[in-house]
Design a protein around this ligand. Structure first.
Ligand code: C5P
Length: 230
């Protein structure tokens, strides 16, 4: 299990302060919409300069026609990030087109597909997909696996079933982690670190429980200590 810290703070400087406070740790850094739209690719560079061993997950959740997604994926690969994601609902042709386009990149970034956003509850998920979350997430995961993606973004509660339906090595990255049962905020299907471990989660993504803590560095240290016991 490798921890992924979401840099979702309101300003570039606050995100950099957070990253600097965590520079001693072997962690993934998740750069999302807010930071990337505001601070661009220079920000990725700035994070790498803090610690060249930080792994970067660019969380832009691409969703468009296959060729446009492949073009964007190629630009992302050129940025030198270690992982990015697309929406599974863009479909199998988009997945295949993206993976074909990246096949010449060595090393290429890991590509994950978003199954069901963890902020969905059953009612609102049904409104969009007309299926229940478990069924659809598993279907999206199989499609992603069959088209050569490396894994999926899903909730902890789907991680085990997805691995059983695909492969133990098919990666699951799971947001909505509340390491020790902290406040859930807008997330609906939250899980502790212990549960994430039990469900085979490869990458727990943690935002607010770290950056809203009065001592984020100490919080990350506690999280890594617990993970080391798994
Ligand atoms: O603060 P919190 O720990 O809830 O942050 C979760 C992070 O994971 C946020 O950056 C959010 O955008 C992201 N995310 C998510 N659900 C997904 C994919 C990404 O919460 N399905």
């Amino acid at each position: 299990m490798e921890v992924c810290v979401a840099l979702d703070l309101p300003s570039r400087e606050e995100n950099l302060v957070l990253a600097r406070s965590l520079k001693a740790y072997d962690i993934w850094i998740k750069i999302g919409f807010r930071a990337y739209i505001r601070d661009g690719k220079d920000f990725i560079q700035a994070i790498k300069e803090i610690n060249p061993h930080f792994k970067i997950f660019l969380d832009l959740k691409l969703y468009d026609i296959p060729n446009t997604m492949a073009d964007a994926s190629e630009e992302i690969a050129k940025l030198g990030v270690d992982m990015f994601n697309i929406h599974a609902s863009a479909g199998s042709v988009a997945m295949k087109t993206v993976m074909d386009r990246l096949s010449t990149y060595e090393p290429r970034p890991l590509v994950l597909a978003v199954t069901a956003l963890t902020s969905f509850d059953e009612e609102h998920f049904q409104e969009v997909y007309e299926k229940n979350i478990d069924t659809k997430a598993e279907q999206f995961a199989k499609m992603s696996y069959d088209n050569g993606l490396d894994g999926v973004v899903c909730s902890t509660f789907e991680s085990r079933a997805i691995k059983e339906a695909t492969s133990e090595t098919f990666l699951t990255l799971c947001p909505a982690i509340r390491p020790f049962g902290e406040a859930s905020g807008d997330q609906k299907r939250v899980a502790t670190l212990a549960l994430a471990h039990q469900e085979g989660v490869d990458y727990p993504v943690i935002g607010r429980p770290i950056y809203q803590d009065k001592n984020p560095q100490q919080k990350v240290e506690e999280i890594l200590k617990v993970i080391a016991t798994f």
